[in-house]
Design a binder for this molecule. Structure first.
Ligand code: LCS
Length: 402
């Protein structure tokens, strides 16, 4: 193993997490086994007591999973990471570790729909209260803090509004009240945003998206800053059981090697597409971290190393026009999820954020006409040509829908 700590980020994406394995493979082998043989009863017992190092059972630890976890912990600048079966498994493990009945959470009001419903409907049932605020405004976080607030949960940029929250400001406020800051870094990946640099305590990702990058895995990850939190979180994950499996870990680790080049291309393409949409006569508004018209563009400049691959926009003809466009794309695919090499387009109000309900959507700024676009790494000329022909299908609509 080379001393990866000295390497630049893009070199780390290629080499991080590699261990020493029998036969000298250049990538971690897939240990597709549920359990590991003990040398003796005594050795098995000492492994369980934590006195010996080694592997016991894949729900607890597995070398293929560990390699991927080490790689992502290194890329985020964290201590260690825990691979999970999905982004939602990562989020629920974090909440079940940090919260108990009577505790309070302050959460961004623009989050992935199921994150909001998990807090409201499931954690709510166990006596955890949540307040959803516009975390773009630090004073809104401060106003919502209570003596029993244990977690400030920020998704930035938010799904699907692309609202950017200031992580340094959120961390300062949360810490002043003794609360921890948890950040969903799915939309940016560590290539474009490294939340630990801004004082955040715990990072999570849906690795289904940019980290894996190829739309063929559902997975999540939690990254922590110290051993004490790692052990606490690991115990809960092992007992809840939402762990990743070795093959998906292998695929994510494979995807990570091209993270830097993929993110660079996502950013380049999305900037061109966002500017194209912003100048299109049929478009009402566009939200993209790389546009000066973004209300928190300046926060993005401070916090990001690039402007990402996600765009939100609304057409002048509202939902009806959006439906025509989404039904007319040919190269781009009408599908949920995001962050893969292929361009995907979807309608949050009826798809990813449907479960939130109309009121929470309205509160979070998710209008019925909002279209979300995950810009892939195809040639941008082909993407624009596809959008052009789809937008041309929209009949003249005089009045914009509410
Ligand atoms: N966090 C964010 C920001 C997400 O976008 C998603 C999934 C999750 C967490 C949950 O991850 P999962 O369990 O699916 O791995 N977002 C999706 C979306 O926007 N379309 O389909 C899934």
């Amino acid at each position: 193993m080379s001393d990866n700590k000295k390497l630049q980020f893009d070199s780390k994406t290629v080499h991080a997490g590699m261990g020493d394995y029998e036969f000298g493979p250049v990538v971690p082998p897939i240990y597709q086994t549920s359990t590991f043989k003990f040398e003796s009863v005594e050795q098995g017992a000492s492994l369980f007591k934590g006195e010996a190092t080694g592997y016991i059972y894949t729900r607890l630890e597995n070398p293929t999973i560990e390699a991927m976890e080490n790689a992502i912990a290194e890329l985020e600048g964290g201590h260690k990471a825990l691979g999970c079966a999905s982004g939602m498994a990562a989020i629920s493990t974090i909440f079940f570790t940090l919260l108990k009945s009577g505790d309070h959470v302050v959460c961004s009001k623009f989050v992935y729909g199921p994150t909001l419903t998990l807090l409201q409907n499931i954690l709510g049932k166990f006596g955890v209260e949540s307040t959803f605020v516009d975390t773009e405004f630090p004073e809104e976080i401060e106003k919502a803090m209570r003596p029993n607030t244990k977690v400030v949960y920020v998704e930035t940029p938010g799904n699907p509004t692309l609202a950017i929250s200031d992580l340094e400001a959120a961390s300062k406020i949360a810490h002043a009240y003794g609360a921890l800051v948890v950040v969903d870094n799915t939309f940016m990946s560590p290539a474009l945003q490294q939340p630990f640099k801004f004082g955040v305590d715990i990072i999570l990702h849906s690795m289904t998206k940019f980290l894996n990058g190829h739309a063929d895995v559902v997975a999540g990850i939690i990254i922590v800053k110290d051993e004490e939190m790692f052990q606490k979180m690991r115990k809960v994950l092992n007992q809840l059981g939402g762990v990743i499996d070795p093959f998906n870990s292998f695929l994510v680790h494979r995807g990570l090697k091209t993270l830097s080049v993929r993110m660079q291309k996502h950013c380049e393409n999305a900037q061109i597409v966002a500017e194209y949409l912003e100048n299109h006569p049929k478009v009402k508004w566009v939200r993209y971290p790389g546009l000066k018209s973004h209300p928190t563009y300046q926060v993005g400049l401070k916090q990001h190393n690039g402007t990402g691959g996600m765009i939100a926009f609304e057409l002048k003809g509202g939902l009806k026009a959006g439906e025509v466009m989404m039904n007319s794309v040919k190269l781009c695919t009408l599908a949920v999820s995001l962050g893969g090499v292929e361009s995907l387009i979807q309608h949050p109000a009826s798809m990813t954020h449907f479960s939130m309900g109309e009121e929470a959507r309205k509160n979070g700024g998710i209008t019925n006409g909002l279209v979300r676009f995950s810009v892939g790494i195809e040639n941008v000329k082909d993407i624009i040509e596809d959008l052009e022909q789809a937008l041309a299908k929209i009949p003249k609509m005089e009045k914009a829908e509410a």
